[in-house]
Design a protein around this ligand. Structure first.
Ligand SMILES: [Zn+2]
Length: 605
């Protein structure tokens, strides 16, 4: 869920910027005509370099060799450098009176960078080297239980597999602590990265890198922070109940290793970062609520080919009124792991020419998880096609949470009744079984919320200097306690650097988008099924075959990034405000059930 990036094509139009030669003017003498010419150049070259970057990236990821890596790195570098130059140049037009859509394009440019490099070439070079070192330190990160025997070293996939199986507390603790050994070697570099990236952000007029990230949400940075607090307050009561129930069951399983009151040890929730608790479902499964079918078993039994799974996903979107995917999608996408070469199998969606040449790249297996992921990735593709006629700088989602939310919204409509309709299931389970399905979904989506929020809470404070290097690790665990109610298995002093054990920190990828997406998908789902006329409980509603819901969805998708996100939200949901109460509505039956289980039991930590 969290990092199936749509990657290069769209990312480059904004996050990195893709550019070439630009119109130049000296400050003080710029006119509206100069600004228009500048934007025309930016849009043209963004498209040109963006296509080169996407093509190079596609070949690199589907045919990994030293040469394709070199080609992709060059295309990325060209795009990044031009993007940085354009962001800086856009500030020249700050005081020019311009039509609203041109002013918006300049603002998008100005806030497009994730990393601003300082203009001093020596510092810029130092920062590039640090970023490359951090990325490689994480990528090559290994836990070596016996350094004398390299064959015993475990990479992140190995550690993930160990932590996914509940059972022996000591085994889980050792693996958890083992993976976190990747952090300390990155601490020094991270500290210097913060200094240098802040310097670059200041040169662009932002207080620090975190303020630069928050500036792209169409509201003052501080107001945006308050919005996130408000959303979290809405869902927190539900999270507290889920946390309390899971703690109760873990206490039964692990005894005193899990306190009856207080935080849950981070290594016992089935995931390295305790961000997705799906793997402990069997420990907390409600009695007599098994849905009675397994989509994975059905897909495996039918030996459903990858292409059929993709066609099924596509049919959901066409049933809403969207045009079928182009022929090139099926010719150029990668659906199965090739036997003859190395590829990056991590699922992603691509928009290679920024118009029609959309693709997905996945190594599809006949499982329920991949079935859902297909719907997620196609959501990116249908979004990309819906905004293809806008100026290039507007070919992106209303904010970065929206892009990640669309496919997940559709996946919420993959209900048992829908599976019956398309012939994958004979009969839908009766509503008494809903608690099992809702628990499964809550362990994934509700458990994620505080984690999705806290990563950037930590980083924003680090960039702002409110958290100093001497408190990096303490502040990290303070936040994990505050939001997640999770604690490290043993004391973690400043000799550790645990934030770096999460990919997005050393890779410098902003994380708030995933929190927003987790909230928005339920708000979208509630609005769309209402438009479709569904009067059942939210978790049993599907938008399948509703042209009315499709029209509503398309109204928002086709706006791209051309309008502030509250207006895009209104086009779909009828409100300018993000609203997490749709999550409470969706999980209402589970919430009631949790209340019954928790009567007289402690809640909170
Ligand atoms: Zn995605």
């Amino acid at each position: 869920m969290t990092n199936k990036g749509w990657l290069v094509a769209v990312a480059c139009s904004l996050a990195a910027g893709c550019a070439g030669n630009s119109a130049s003017s000296s400050p003080g003498t710029v006119t509206p005509t100069d600004a228009k010419r500048f934007l025309d150049t930016v849009n043209d070259t963004t498209l040109r370099l963006g296509i080169q970057q996407a093509q190079a990236g596609w070949v690199q990821q589907t045919y990994i060799t030293d040469d394709t890596e070199g080609i992709a790195a060059r295309a990325n570098q060209a795009a990044n450098e031009a993007g940085a130059r354009f962001a800086k140049e856009s500030t020249k037009y700050d005081k020019v009176e311009l039509p609203a859509d041109q002013r918006r394009q300049l603002t998008i440019l100005k806030t497009s960078l994730v990393l601003a490099t300082p203009s001093d070439p020596k510092e810029s070079d130092e920062l590039s080297k640090i970023m490359a070192r951090l990325e490689s330190a994480y990528g090559k990160g290994k836990w070596c239980p016996d350094p004398a025997k390299p064959e015993t070293c475990k990479n992140i996939d190995d550690v993930t597999r160990i932590l996914a199986v509940p059972g022996d507390e000591k085994t889980l603790r050792t693996a958890w602590e083992g993976w976190h050994t990747v952090g300390p070697p990155m601490r020094k570099d991270y500290q210097r990265f913060v200094e240098l990236s802040n310097k670059g952000a200041k040169e662009l007029g932002f207080a620090d890198t975190g303020a630069m990230w928050r500036a792209k949400y169409d509201m003052p940075p501080d107001e945006f922070t308050k919005e996130l607090d408000r959303l979290w307050d809405q869902v927190r009561p539900l999270y507290l109940k889920l946390h309390a129930y899971v703690r109760l069951k873990l206490h039964e399983k692990y005894g005193d290793a899990v306190p009856a009151q207080g935080p849950i040890p981070a290594h016992l929730l089935g995931n390295i970062w305790a961000q997705d608790w799906s793997n402990i479902y069997l420990l907390v499964a409600p009695a007599h609520a098994d849905p009675g079918f397994s989509l994975t078993d059905i897909l495996k039994k039918r030996k459903m080919p990858a292409l059929d799974m993709v066609r099924t996903g596509e049919r959901f979107y066409t049933s809403l009124g969207f045009a079928p995917l182009p022929k090139t999608f099926f010719e150029r996408s990668l659906f199965v792991r090739p036997k003859d070469r190395e590829v990056v199998c991590h699922a992603s969606a691509w928009d290679v020419d920024f118009v029609e040449d959309v693709r997905i790249k996945m190594c599809i297996e006949p499982t329920a998880e991949d079935f859902t992921t297909i719907h997620h990735e196609l959501g990116h593709n249908f979004y990309q096609r819906a905004y293809k006629d806008l100026p290039v700088l507007f070919r992106d989602s209303a904010n970065d949470g929206f892009h990640e939310a669309i496919g997940d919204t559709i996946a919420l409509s993959v209900t048992p009744e829908y599976l019956v309709k398309i012939g994958l299931l004979d009969k839908a389970p009766d509503p008494s079984r809903d608690i099992g399905l809702l628990m499964t979904r809550a362990l994934e989506k509700v458990a994620f919320l505080p984690f999705g929020l806290l990563i950037d809470q930590w980083r924003w404070k680090v960039f702002a200097g409110e958290i100093t290097p001497a408190q990096y690790n303490k502040a990290w665990w303070d936040l994990r306690l505050k939001y997640q109610g999770v604690a490290a298995p043993a004391a973690r002093g400043e000799e550790f650097f645990d934030p770096a054990a999460k990919y997005h920190v050393p890779d410098n990828t902003p994380y708030t988008r995933y929190f927003l997406a987790a909230i928005l998908q339920f708000q979208f789902h509630r609005a769309l099924v209402k438009t479709a006329g569904c009067t059942l409980p939210l978790n049993r509603c599907s938008t399948y075959e509703s042209k009315a819901a499709g029209d509503r969805l398309n109204a928002m998708l086709s706006m791209g990034l051309s309008k502030p996100w509250p207006e895009a939200l209104e086009a779909l949901a009828g409100s300018k405000q993000m609203d997490a109460t749709a999550i409470l509505d969706y999980f209402a039956p589970l919430s009631k059930w949790l209340d019954e289980q928790l009567a007289g039991k402690p809640v909170g930590w």
